[in-house]
Design a binder for this molecule. Sequence first.
Ligand code: ACO
Length: 332
Amino acid sequence: MNQTGVRIAGVGHHVPAKVLTNADLERMLDTSDEWITTRTGMKERHIAALDEPTSEIAVGAARKALASAGLEPKDVDCIIVATVTPDYAFPATACIVGAKLGIQGVPAFDMEIACSGFIYGLTVAASMVRTGVFKRILLIGAEELSRLVNYEDRGTAILFGDGAGAVVLEACATDSLLGVELGADGSNPEDLMLPLSGTAGPALTGADIAAKRNTIKMDGREVFRFAVTKMIEATETALDRAGVKPTEVAWVIPHQANKRIIEAAATRLAIPTERVIVNIHRYGNTSAASIPIALSETYAEGKFKDGDVLLFVGFGGGLSWGAVAWRWTTAN
Ligand code: ACO
């Protein structure tokens, strides 16, 4: 197999039109705009319509990423969707996305690692391109966590939004993948999980549904502690493997779970906040979509220069975590 480099050739994002604000949540729950803003940094999030499945918003992001790369759907030779909110348990949402884009015959599969989905997906897709077997991979992080939330639980209802972000990874002479750290620890799944959603435990009953036992369960304080620690450790390891100092990182694009988590990690890493991308006030936590949405917005603002080192870092259910040091490369 030929070894090649890899770069991001195109980016795009798409969010549903409907917006759920903190003021809306104040009317639904015992909460306040002041509490949500202070504790999380969130102001509003987008919510998909019932006839707008994950594949639909994924296709919206994919079309924009392909257009930004100057490519047609037929130009990609693999589709990967990172999601924990697929259209169905099977077929894979990536297969449905391919059909909606009019692509037939190319491999397509989903990756399920919650909010770490884009970091894991980027590592897998970039590695596949580096083998020389795949020339262009469409990688999409797409989530509709609003479908899994109990809107009577103020501890989780305020956090999540829906959206999709996509990148086209392309073979090129220079290599953008500088350093990676991925990890997972499944010993305490109850810290963050969707119970009664698979083959473990009893079958879901009508009583379970009425009691909303099949909605997201989370120990917020435990996840907060874990998130700050792992974001720091993963960043240090990925940068060390890349031979890059924190001062040399042009842009940090973190998973958008809580502004306080992002700020605590950036402070401990001595990375100035003006180099850390935060858009959590407009989208909430969109799980595997949050990093590619932030990447796409920052790209559209023209902030990246050729050669910039970007640092993608995130964490999520699993528990799982990861960081990727990436060189922004425009030449193919
Ligand atoms: N409005 C008002 N009060 C609230 C709300 C709310 N929405 N939610 C909780 N409270 C109350 C609690 O009941 C508690 O009251 P008490 O002191 O009387 O018991 C008080 O506020 C403090 O609660 P904490 O849970 O300690 O609040 P904290 O500062 O930890 O913030 C939060 C909670 C925002 C959930 C935070 O812990 C957090 O962000 N954790 C990480 C979450 C996360 O990153 N999840 C990742 C999901 S990714 C994935 O893979 C799906």
